[in-house]
Structure formats: structure tokens, C-alpha cells
Design a protein around this ligand. Structure first.
Ligand code: NDP
Length: 315
């Protein structure tokens, strides 16, 4: 039978390219979890996706209520859930002040980590009950959270510290808005959220891989310098970043190519290993990459899991 994959943030960039790559094979139906229904519908049409290859379901990761409602709505579709891709993200490198989710969490960590944490936890039982041969939960990571790389060493570096800000609710009232308890920095908050994504994937693997048979994976698809992720950056940056990545760092990858890479992690029969952070070399071949010390710290992953559970109301 056809597989069904949920992709969050499929209205642009990597999510859209992945949805398109999967739908084109005819082997996948894509559930696009998007906060802007009209934008998603226009994007799917403009990408040339066949009408019956996708279903758009409203999802605003900046609201835990919306995440819970999304889960209910998806279940009502009565389609099996075979793969879940946590892809959506916000990046606010130039923000002077923090903004907040409906539940009062700093936006970058609230959307990129906490919204997805709740979603993934809720959908785990659906994945478990699917009869698809290779069920997968994929959380998109990034090189920028990995301080063992050059890109990850561009300041401000990711650092979750002892998680005191997160434990305090990340709300700027009784606690800091930053996970490590520091001053607000939008670029760092994004990188921190990506470390959370990679830690969460590994903690899922440790807790649930054997019991459920679900493959848990993360990836760095390459630098997709043209996506909307950089929309809040200054214009000069947006002008120079793509050629810089293309010709200087050579880390540049097109949206199409990045979509194909993520689609591989969704469906390639050779990428079934769980607990892996995938990357691609210059010849576009996938390999298991090493995570930074912090992004592979099992103690931190456990602590992050437990605090996140409390914040999203699961514990
Ligand atoms: P885009 O900005 O193009 O896509 C992000 C998507 O997330 C959009 O569809 C956006 O919706 C959605 N989104 C944002 N906030 C919410 C929300 N509150 N609820 C639901 N959806 C939301 O960026 P990319 O395609 O580049 O990013 C996709 C993933 O790839 C991210 O996880 C990012 O960290 C990762 N990544 C990107 C790299 C790059 O170089 N671009 C490199 C490494 C990783 P809308 O269309 O409505 O704005």
C-alpha cells in the first residue's frame, strides 16, 4: 500500500521540497501540517503536486492546543500514520526582543522543540500501530547546533548549560527566555532548539526503538541558503549568503536536492538504522555523522526530556 507521511512546515523550503519529492513517487500520501492553509495550498499547487497526493491539516506549533487538535484531526482522516517528519522551524537572528508562543515559551524553542516534542510524543502510538514495514520519526537537525563543526563555531554558539531557563518555563517572567538562563539572543535560541531536536531524537531512540520498532533519525540536509528560514535576516545577508555558501564553503544545496535527501531518510530501504544523524558528502552520498559532545550527551537528553514533558503537560 501507499505510505502516509506527516510533514510539518510543508508550506515552503525543505518541507515543501520533501513533500513534492515523496508525492512524485506515487508511493506516498503526504499530510502537510501547516499554520497557513492558503499558503500551503498555493505552494502545493505551484510545486505541481497532484491533488490527491496530499492533505493539508492546520497546525500551529506555537500553540500546544493547536498541536493536540492537529493530532485529533489527523486521526479523523483514518489514514495510517507511517512516518512523521518534524521539519518546521522559526529563526529570528535579528530580533531584539523575544516573542512568545500561546503557552508563553520563547518562540524559537517553543516552536522548533516544544511543539514538536508534544507532537512526536502524541503520534508515537499511531506510528506504533501502523503496519507499514518501516515506520520512522524524523526530526530535522542542523550543523549550526553542532559545535564540533566550523559552522557550529560561529558565535553565538549553541549551549544549553544546565537547562535552568527551560526548567523555569522559558517565559521571561520567573526565568530567563534562554535555555541556559542567559540573555535573549535569537540566533542562539535557534541553535539551542536544534540541539534539543537532535537530543530528543536520540532519547526517543533509547526509550522506544526496541519496544516500538520505529526508526528515529535526524539529519543535516546541507545549507539550503535560499529558503524562507533567512527571511528575518538583514537584506545584505540574504543577498550574500547563497553565493557565499555556493562558492566559499561549498555547503550549498538546492531546495530540490535537500528535499530528495530528506525524502531518502523517509523512505530509502537502506536508511533504516535508528538513532542516526544523517549527512551527505560532496557526491550526495549519505553517511552517519558525528554529533557534537553536547548534542550527544545522554544525561542532558534525559533531563531535557523530563523538563519538556512537564512544560507540554505530559508529566
Ligand atoms: P522555511 O522557513 O522555508 O520553512 C519553515 C517552515 O516552518 C515553513 O513552512 C513555516 O510555515 C513553518 N513554520 C514556522 N513556524 C511554524 C509554526 N508555528 N507552526 C507551523 N509551522 C511553522 O525554512 P527551511 O525549509 O530552511 O527549514 C526547514 C527545516 O530545515 C528547519 O527545521 C531548519 O532548522 C532546517 N534546516 C535548514 C537549513 C537551511 O539552510 N535552510 C539548514 C539546516 C537545517 P510558513 O510557510 O507559514 O512560514
Amino acid at each position: 500500500r501507499q505510505g502516509t507521511a506527516i510533514i510539518t512546515g510543508a508550506s515552503s523550503g525543505l518541507g515543501l521540497a520533501t513533500a513534492k519529492a515523496l508525492a512524485e513517487t506515487g508511493k506516498w500520501h503526504v499530510i502537510m501540517g501547516c499554520r497557513d492553509f492558503l499558503k500551503a495550498s498555493r505552494a502545493a499547487k505551484a510545486a505541481g503536486m497532484e491533488k490527491d497526493s496530499y492533505t493539508i491539516v492546520h497546525l500551529d506549533l506555537a500553540s500546544l492546543d493547536s498541536v493536540r487538535q492537529f493530532v485529533k484531526n489527523v486521526r479523523q482522516l483514518e489514514m495510517p500514520i507511517d512516518v512523521v517528519v518534524c521539519n518546521a522551524a522559526v529563526y529570528q537572528p535579528t530580533a531584539k526582543e523575544p516573542s512568545y508562543t500561546a503557552d508563553g515559551f520563547e518562540m524559537s524553542v517553543g516552536v522548533n522543540h516544544l511543539g514538536h516534542f508534544l507532537l512526536a510524543r502524541e503520534l508515537l502510538s499511531d506510528l506504533q500501530s501502523s503496519d507499514y514495514p518501516s515506520k520512522r520519526l524524523i526530526i530535522v537537525g542542523s550543523i549550526t547546533g553542532n559545535t564540533n563543526t566550523l559552522a557550529g563555531n560561529v558565535p553565538p554558539k549553541a549551549n544549553l548549560g544546565d537547562l535552568r531557563g527551560l526548567a523555569g518555563g522559558l517565559n521571561g517572567v520567573g526565568s530567563s527566555v534562554m535555555i541556559d538562563g542567559g540573555e535573549f539572543d535569537g540566533a542562539k535560541a535557534y541553535k539551542d532548539s536544534k540541539v534539543c531536536n537532535m537530543l530528543t531524537m536520540q532519547e526517543f531512540h533509547r526509550r522506544y526503538h526496541e519496544e516500538t520498532g520505529v526508526t528515529f533519525a535526524s539529519l543535516y540536509p546541507g545549507c539550503i541558503a535560499t529558503t524562507g528560514l533567512f527571511r528575518e535576516h538583514i537584506p545584505l545577508f540574504r543577498l550574500l549568503f547563497p553565493p557565499f555558501q555556493k562558492y566559499i564553503t561549498k555547503g550549498y544545496v538546492s531546495e530540490d536536492e535537500a528535499g530528495k535527501r530528506l525524502a531518502q531518510v523517509v523512505s530509502d530501504p537502506s536508511l533504516t538504522k535508528s538513532g542516526v544523524y544523517w549527512s551527505w558528502n560532496k557526491n550526495s552520498a549519505s553517511f552517519e555523522n558525528q554529533l557534537s559532545e553536547e548534542a550527544s550527551d545522554a544525561e542532558k537528553a534525559k533531563k531535557l526530556w523530563e523538563i519538556s514533558e512537564k512544560l507540554v503537560g505530559l508529566a
